[in-house]
Design a protein around this ligand. Structure first.
Ligand SMILES: Cc1cc2nc3c(=O)[nH]c(=O)nc-3n(C[C@H](O)[C@H](O)[C@H](O)COP(=O)(O)O)c2cc1C
Length: 565
């Protein structure tokens, strides 16, 4: 492959990993079961810190936390008026936070096969995302250090212990009681099944994971947001992903992002840019000088090299230019009352992907409008975790929404998006406000039609795209993002799309429905339907929401043994 300019590489990667009606993106074309990657990584030789089950963890909260800790409802997460005081970060609170963000949600069983599901979804359930927490003394067992989260055991693996003085100097800018979290991707886990397109799915999964962490943080009264300005190299150094000797023979981890998790109200102590906290990158140097232990386990007996994935990863690494933008002003995201308040923790654990939809269930227009409102950038969690200009907009296939005629609709998520969509879409579209939808929601009818056939066809002939209440495509401001923010914006567009997906999953559950992310779609056929003839907008992710049909052949078991008691 010729050495190319990073922007050209990212663009080329994107175009050549499109699915077309007559040709799918390159992959092996079959599943090589002998090399199926282990979905759980651990680091051999590390000290393990067991995390308590949430109930037991809550029983050890400090008295003031125990008094304020309660089962908040899902809708309360979006209502500042009902927020309880933040919990004190410490090992018990960390246990609860990780359990409800990245822990196991269930085990499924079919005959002798068992597989785990997690709070955060993943394309093909392959789970390329690994997570780390970086915290000071007292938060995770005494010493300041870097810990890998092992969701199968619900435990932390102590990878690095910082020198105390180096930590104190480097962490001087961290808000009181805060800690850092970082994500990496093991591309091979996705590439094993999906080949070259897998880099995209790894980015979606990062977005889902960030959103899952943001939502769980809200349960604790914490904020959680990506720290802008950290380079990929610095994130790799902080979590030890660049320690070649620790990864010898094991699949590498590509750094994704660093997040600050802080008790609400304290996130801005060192603010140099509005509400955002600037974390001193000398923390990465402190990590380099720390005491490391553990060797990454190998996940597969063998692996296939996908040069274009490596090229896209390298070209899209964050180079350190902070692309931070002011957070969207908070909009009203209060939903109409539900029959019964749904505890947020329960909703988070019950989230699943529908394997098939019943083709009959409908959603009311009020509930649908409230759900769409939660997808707007100002809704609060999870979108306030992404400190950049929102650049994803929705084209919706409405199949069964009571009071709305079936058809093609649009939800531009910003004013700029509205202009862009109107200019790029087919000029014959109607762009009218449908009756029954509040005027302040930027939701437009483009064309009346029964879209079930075309929705199914565009999403790789998957019935779920036709049999739900609605399905949608997420359109990214592709040219503008790359031109203004550089090649690293390629990853961030998928992260934003993943976060919208996570929000849709939870909203679907809260509405008594179920969602499914759809990574398989025919890219340019979607663009053609909408009249898009260039790269100003590119569809990055599809999603469907409807009445699920459960697979009676599968049995479900709790995520952890303590939950069966
Ligand atoms: C980025 C992404 C793409 C996905 N694409 C599809 C898809 O095209 N078709 C499908 O049936 N499910 C798809 N899924 C759903 C996953 O298969 C599902 O999340 C995974 O099996 C884990 O199950 P869970 O969501 O119930 O935890 C996708 C999920 C994600 C996160």
């Amino acid at each position: 492959m010729p050495a190319r300019d990073p922007l050209a590489t990212v663009r080329e990667y994107h175009d050549q990993t499109k699915h077309h009606f007559n040709r799918f993106a390159r992959s092996l074309g079959y599943l090589d079961w002998a090399t199926q990657p282990d979905p759980f990584r651990s680091f051999d030789g590390c000290r393990r810190i067991g995390l308590a089950e949430p109930l037991r963890a809550a029983a050890t909260f400090a008295p003031e936390d125990a008094a304020s800790w309660r089962d908040v409802s899902y809708d309360e997460l979006f209502d500042p008026a009902s927020w309880p005081p933040p919990l004190t970060p410490g090992l018990p609170a960390m246990s609860v936070f990780l359990r409800y963000s990245l822990g196991l949600s269930a085990w499924k069983q079919a005959g002798p096969s068992r597989w785990a599901l997690r709070v955060n979804p993943s394309s093909g359930n392959l789970h390329p995302t690994e997570s780390y927490v970086v915290c000071g003394p007292g938060v995770a067992g005494g010493q300041p250090g870097v810990h890998h989260y092992a969701p199968d055991a619900h435990a932390l693996e102590a990878r690095c212990v910082f020198d105390g003085a180096a930590w104190t100097a480097a962490a001087a800018h961290l808000p009181e009681g805060s800690f850092l979290a970082a994500l990496t991707s093991i591309h091979w886990r996705e590439a094993w099944k999906y080949g070259e397109r897998a880099f995209r799915y790894c980015q979606h999964d990062v977005g889902h994971a960030v959103a899952a962490m943001r939502t769980a943080a809200e349960l604790m009264g914490w904020t959680c947001a990506i720290v802008p300005g950290w380079t990929s190299h610095q994130v790799a150094a902080l979590v030890g992903a660049d320690r070649d000797a620790d990864f010898e023979g094991a699949e590498p981890e590509e750094p994704a992002c660093l997040m600050l998790v802080a008790p609400r109200g304290r996130e801005s102590r060192t603010s140099g840019r509005g509400r955002q906290c600037v974390i001193d990158a000398s923390l990465a140097d402190a990590a380099r000088a720390g005491t490391w232990s553990g060797r990454a386990t190998r996940l597969s007996a063998d692996r296939v090299q996908w040069d274009w994935i490596d090229a896209a990863a390298e070209a899209s690494r964050e180079g350190g230019t902070p692309p931070a933008a002011p957070p969207a002003s908070r909009s009203n995201a209060i939903a109409p009352p539900r029959d019964a308040a749904i505890p947020a923790a329960r909703l988070i654990l019950q989230r699943r992907s529908a394997q098939s939809m019943d083709g009959a269930t409908a959603i009311g227009a009020d509930r649908f409008a409230a759900l769409l409102r939660r997808l707007l950038p100002g809704a609060g969690p999870p979108f306030d975790a992404f400190p950049w200009t929102p650049r994803i907009h929705l084209a919706l296939f409405v199949h069964r929404v009571d009071g709305l005629r079936p058809g093609l609709y649009a939800l531009p998520r910003t004013d700029a998006g509205l202009g862009l969509l109107r200019g790029a879409f087919n000029q014959d579209f109607a762009w009218v406000r449908p009756p029954g939808i509040p005027d302040d929601l930027p939701f437009f009818l483009l064309d009346h039609a029964d879209c079930r056939r075309i929705a199914r066809q565009l999403s790789c002939a998957q019935d779920i795209a036709a049999d739900g209440c609605f399905s949608l495509g997420m359109l990214a401001e592709f040219d503008a993002a790359l031109a203004e923010d550089g090649p690293a914006a390629y990853r961030r567009l998928f992260w934003e799309a993943g976060a919208i997906g996570q929000s849709l999953y939870l909203e679907a559950e809260a509405a008594g429905l179920r969602g499914t992310g759809i990574g398989c779609f025919f890219d340019d056929a979607v663009h053609q339907l909408l009249g898009i003839t260039d790269h100003s907008l590119q569809s990055l992710y599809h999603f469907t929401v409807g009445g699920p049909v459960d697979d009676a052949r599968l049995t479900t078991h709790p995520g952890y043994p303590w939950e069966s008691r």
